[in-house]
Structure formats: C-alpha cells, structure tokens
Design a protein around this ligand. Structure first.
Ligand code: NAG
Ligand code: NAG
Ligand code: NAG
Ligand code: NAG
Ligand code: NAG
Ligand code: NAG
Ligand code: NAG
Ligand code: NAG
Length: 404
C-alpha cells in the first residue's frame, strides 16, 4: 500500500515537472538559450563540474551544447522571469535497492557542493537529499545560508559531518528545513541552535540524528517558532538535562507532529511542556526511557491520531489516559509492561475512537486474556500486533478481516 502511493506520488511529481519545463515561455530576450538565463546556466555547469560521481547519469542532459538549462533534468525555471527557482536532484531510494545486494549509496551523486549555486538568486527550492556532496571537509557548507531566496531546503541523509552551520539562520524565508542525518551515523551536531529562532516562517523542521546533547535550551528555541507544524528530533541525544523542570511558555499553537524517538528522558513527566500542545495529531515517543505509570497527562491532547509509545519502561496504564481521544487511528504501546487484560485495553480506548482505530500494536506488552473477541468492536482495524503476550483461547472469525 505504502509502495503504491509512493509510486503514484512520484508519477505526479514527474508529470508536474515536465509540464512546467515544457511550457516555459520563450521570450525574445532569451531566445538563444530558450528559457534559461546565461549566468544561471554557467552556475549550473559550474555546479556540475564539482560532481565527480554520477553513476546513474542523472546530469546527462546538463551539457555545454544544450542551451536551455530550464529543460535540464532536475531544473525548473519560473515561467514569468526565466530564473531557476527549483533544483531537485534528490535520489529516490526504490524498494528494489533494499531487496537486492545493491546499495543506495552506489547511486548517489558524489563530489562537492559548489558555491556557484549562489548565482541562482531566485532559487526557492533545493533538494539534494540522499546524495554525498561532501567535498574534502565533509562539513555542511556555510554558504548555503546565503541563498536567501530559499523556502525549501532538503539535505536529508547527505552524510555531512561536524557542526551544522549557524548561517542557516540567515535563511529567513525558509518554510521547510530537513537536515536529517545518517540514522546509523549521527555525524552532525550543534551546540547552540539559537540560529533557529530567526526562521520565523518555519513550518517543518527535521533535525533527526543531529547530535544536540549539549543544547540546554532547545525547548525554548523551538517554542519560539510560531508557525511550526512538524518537529522531528529523533535520536538527537537529548536527555532530562536538556528539558526545563518548570512549565515552558511557548507559541506552538499550530504544532501537529512531534517525533522525539530515541532520546533518553527517563521520566514519565518529561518533556512536560508537551502535554498542553493541544493541536498535536501525531506524537512519537518511542524508546525514550520513559518509566513509571502511564502518563496521565495525555488527557488534553484530544486531537491525537497517532500515538507511538513503544519501547519504554512503563508499568501499568492509567485506564483513563486516553479517555478524551476521539480521533485515534494508531496506538503503539509495544514493549512496555502494560499488564492488563486485552478487554481492559480496548475499554480504555474511548468508544468514539473505535470506528477510527486502524492500527493497534501491543507486542510484548504483558497483555493477558482468553479471547480476542473484543477486537471485533474496532471496525476499521487493519493491523493488530499482539505477539509475545499471554493471550490464549480462540481467535475470532472476525480477525480474518484484519488481512491487509
Ligand atoms: C554497491 O555497493 C556495494 C558496497 O557498498 C558493492 O559491494 C556492490 O558491488 C555495489 N553494487 C553495484 C551494482 O555497484
Ligand atoms: C527530504 O528528502 C527525503 C528523502 O528524499 C524525504 O523523505 C523527505 O520527506 C524530504 N523532506 C521534506 C521536508 O520534504
Ligand atoms: C549569516 O549568519 C552568520 C552566523 O549566524 C552571521 O555571522 C552573518 O553575519 C550572517 N550573514 C548575513 C549576510 O546575514
Ligand atoms: C511568542 O510570540 C510573541 C509575539 O510574537 C513574542 O512576544 C513572545 O516572545 C513569544 N514567546 C516565546 C516563548 O517565544
Ligand atoms: C500551555 O499552558 C500554559 C500554562 O497554562 C499556557 O500559558 C499556554 O498558553 C498553553 N499553551 C498552549 C499551546 O495551550
Ligand atoms: C488540561 O486542561 C485543563 C483545562 O484547560 C487544565 O486545567 C489542566 O491543567 C490541563 N492538564 C494538563 C496536563 O495540561
Ligand atoms: C509488570 O507490572 C506488574 C504490575 O504492575 C508487576 O507486578 C510486574 O512485576 C511487572 N513486570 C515487570 C517485568 O516489570
Ligand atoms: C464488543 O464486543 C463484544 C464481543 O464481541 C460484545 O459482546 C460487545 O457487545 C461489544 N461491545 C460493543 C459496545 O459493541
């Protein structure tokens, strides 16, 4: 299912791109170059000169002789001005790579990121994700902070090492910033993220796998971003020492998604500021070292649709913790000591959510019971994971419906 929608998305994106470039108006002043501005064409060729490896020939159309750079793969120009507004050279990682011996790294662009990009003065969208333009320094270059027109910057999984350049704080038009590090490496870090507070338009922030263990005031920093909708800070080395003990006033009234997976908070009340971000729809606190009884603070998160709380050290669950959640679609409490009967677990999910819940993941959660009959009350359920518990008795006929 996920693969099918991904494919569909790719097709839609591909057709949008070709429609845009084929309809670029050829204006008299730019006739010889099609829709392309000569200085920008030179900048793109200079960028290409920094690429030492292009195993899949993705830049094959970028040629000296090919004058209309607006038709080069990955390049989009504005119909109106002819300026390059979008450079999308991200590498797709099809499932087929994972199913064979092939390695996605074999398909990445390699080389170095050329400052010639600064000549693209109207560039709004830059996606170089999954490529390895590391140069000799391997550090993310600070000049990126001077491409002031950017609203979208994606350097996810680019394997940069070292300090995240604070110059990114100069990109004041940025709406989406994704600098997620290598999930196996975590080579990048930041000791001070105050530069973030200057990104007043930011809606989407992904700094997953960027080391932030020394950043003491990250809650205040992200709390100052009034337009933030998505906050992804998994595996950042955050601990209780980074979280203020008193309540934090914040401006996060639009925040819908938080992912703090893989940080070690070790207390049920942490991070306390979370519990009144009442706009939340998705909360991932997987493997956060949270312990004690199940957080009873969840009560005000009435819009929550996805709650992932697996791999913590919770003992027991306060039955009313979920009582106000009428929009639950996915609940993951696996690898905790929930220590309840399956009937009680389902009763703790409010009836108004029974028709919405699609995924219930309770693997290794010390769930007992002699029948799964109650599960048939959850009429939208398409994934039930209850292995490694103490359940016995027959599987109801209705479970057949759960096949995806
Ligand atoms: C891809 O890379 C791996 C090592 O990472 C190598 O063993 C393999 O031969 C490469 N495959 C191709 C098709 O180049
Ligand atoms: C950035 O690129 C990665 C990989 O191509 C993609 O999965 C991710 O959704 C992108 N981030 C944003 C904010 O679009
Ligand atoms: C960009 O950011 C850096 C570091 O935050 C700062 O020192 C520099 O003055 C900024 N440059 C411009 C042009 O704003
Ligand atoms: C919230 O926004 C207001 C108005 O823009 C600002 O004065 C205040 O400092 C912000 N609060 C925080 C915690 O950033
Ligand atoms: C969170 O609670 C504090 C204290 O009650 C309040 O000042 C603040 O406005 C609340 N924030 C949100 C987003 O509800
Ligand atoms: C939930 O909201 C109520 C009413 O606004 C407030 O009194 C209570 O403190 C909130 N609980 C938490 C855990 O924020
Ligand atoms: C799980 O919780 C129950 C009841 O709270 C307790 O008796 C039991 O010892 C716990 N099991 C583990 C492995 O912690
Ligand atoms: C839930 O399922 C059980 C067993 O199938 C059934 O007896 C019970 O009436 C159902 N409850 C509701 C509220 O539908």
């Amino acid at each position: 299912m996920a693969a099918a929608s991904f494919l569909l998305l790719t097709i839609i994106l591909a057709s949008t791109t070709s429609a845009t470039s084929s309809s670029v108006a050829i204006k008299a002043s730019r006739t010889s170059n099609g829709g392309c501005i000569p200085a920008e064409r030179a900048a793109l060729l200079s960028f290409k000169a920094g690429i030492t490896g292009d195993p899949d020939n993705r830049l094959a159309s970028w040629q000296q002789g090919a004058h209309d750079c607006c038709r080069w793969s990955g390049v989009t120009c504005s119909h109106r001005t002819g300026h390059v507004v979008k450079l999308d050279l991200h590498q797709d990682i099809p499932m087929v790579y994972y199913l064979s011996d092939d390695d996605p790294e074999n398909h990445s662009l390699r080389g170095q990121l050329s400052p010639s990009l600064l000549a693209l003065t109207r560039l709004k969208y830059l996606d170089l994700s999954q490529n390895y333009l590391l140069g000799d320094a391997k550090a993310m270059p600070g000049f990126l902070g001077s491409i002031k027109s950017l609203t979208y910057l994606n350097l996810s999984n680019t394997d940069f090492h070292g300090l995240v350049p604070p110059q990114l704080g100069n990109l004041s038009n940025l709406v989406q910033l994704d600098i997620q590090g290598n999930i196996f490496g975590g080579y990048q870090y930041s000791k001070d993220i105050s530069w973030l507070t200057r990104l007043r338009s930011l809606e989407h922030l992904n700094m997953g796998s960027v080391g932030l263990p020394e950043v003491v005031d990250w809650v205040h920093m992200v709390g100052a971003l009034p337009n933030l909708v998505v906050l992804i800070l998994f595996q950042c080395g955050l601990t209780n020492s980074n979280v203020p003990s008193s309540f934090v006033h914040h401006n996060l009234t639009l925040l819908e998604v938080i992912d703090l997976t893989g940080n070690q908070f070790s207390s049920p009340d942490t991070p306390n500021w979370l519990w009144n971000v009442t706009s939340l729809r998705s909360l991932r606190l997987v493997e956060c070292g949270l312990s004690g009884t199940f957080a009873n603070k969840l009560g005000n998160l009435t819009l929550l649709e996805n709650f992932a709380f697996g791999f913590n050290n919770v003992d027991g669950m306060i039955p009313r913790a979920l009582q106000n959640m009428c929009h639950l679609r996915s609940l993951d409490l696996s690898f905790n000591n929930i220590s309840m009967d399956i009937k009680e677990v389902i009763d703790s999910i409010p009836k108004c959510s029974w028709k919405n819940l699609q995924q219930l993941i309770l693997e290794s959660a010390n769930i007992i019971g002699t029948t799964l009959q109650f599960v048939s009350n959850l009429t939208s359920l398409n994934m039930l994971e209850v292995s490694h518990n103490q359940l016995s008795g027959s599987v109801p006929v209705e479970i057949v419906r759960l096949q995806i």
